[in-house]
Design a binder for this molecule. Structure first.
Ligand code: PGA
Length: 252
């Protein structure tokens, strides 16, 4: 049985005081929750402060991106060992906003996934089709290319702790979502690809999340699907009560 995971992606939001208030309120709202893993992914500037606030709680600290090299002349970048040093356990990789606005390629995501696993960070690898790709029937081909590129450099052993988030680009921040059945079908496709690339136990252990306008009123539609193991939540993770409701709905 896979333990569901709900990860909150704060994106480029929050300064210290409101960020810490959010974590505190979230902690209170979720004090009794069981049967689900919860990760908080604040901007890099808040990793240390939020990490401290999460000490002694079951909540995990995650980052929103990283570089594949451990150190070096890469101005503005942050490496895996730096994230580990701050207590990060996970890192979001290949988010569509990074692909779209910062030119992150499939090749870069593959390098980052390899580096994350080497530093024992759990990668949350994001894949998803754009609206034009969906409308021209390319969804499955795009997902397949993205998943293959992300896993190409991974050793089989990384499979058990893999997290892949299916986030249709047209659903992110738009209020539109895939249907539960569509998301489940793509999650199944992703699991099949993980199996073909990394073996059956990797496929069994990999957690596949849905992301894209997840809210308290639609989370059930996704987490009741057999192939979906939780959610990657953007906007709604900035509201402690909304996020807590989503987490509780995902618990098994
Ligand atoms: P959203 O973002 O929940 O605001 O649509 C999801 C994401 O980008 O991970």
């Amino acid at each position: 049985m896979r333990t569901p995971l709900v990860a909150g992606n704060w994106k480029m939001n929050m300064t210290r005081a409101p960020g810490l208030r959010l974590v505190e309120e979230m902690g209170r709202a979720l004090a009794a929750v069981r049967g689900v893993e919860v990760a908080v992914c604040p901007p890099a500037t808040l990793l240390e402060a939020v990490g401290r606030a999460l000490e002694g709680t079951p909540f995990l600290l995650g980052a929103q991106t990283m570089h594949w090299e451990p150190h070096g002349a890469y101005t503005g970048e942050i490496s895996g060992p730096m994230l580990v040093d701050l207590g990060c356990r996970l890192v979001i990789l290949g988010h569509s906003e990074r692909r779209l606005y910062f030119g992150e390629t499939d090749e870069a995501v593959g390098r980052k996934a390899q580096a994350a696993c080497a530093h024992r960070l759990i990668p949350i690898i994001c894949v998803g089709e754009r609206l034009d790709e969906r409308e021209t029937g390319k969804t499955d081909a795009i997902i397949s290319v993205q998943v293959r590129a992300s896993l190409r450099r991974l050793e089989g052993t990384a499979g058990g702790s893999l997290v892949i988030a299916y986030e249709p680009v047209w659903a992110i921040g738009t209020g539109q979502t895939a249907t539960g059945e569509e998301a489940n079908r793509i999650a199944g496709l992703i699991r099949g690809l993980v199996g073909a690339l990394a073996g059956p136990s990797a496929a069994d252990g990999a957690r596949i999340l849905y992301g894209g306008s997840v809210r308290p009123d639609n989370i059930r539609e996704f987490v009741q699907q057999p192939e979906i193991d939780g959610a990657l939540v953007g906007g709604a993770s900035l509201d402690a009560q909304a996020f807590a409701t989503i987490v509780r709905a995902a618990a098994r």
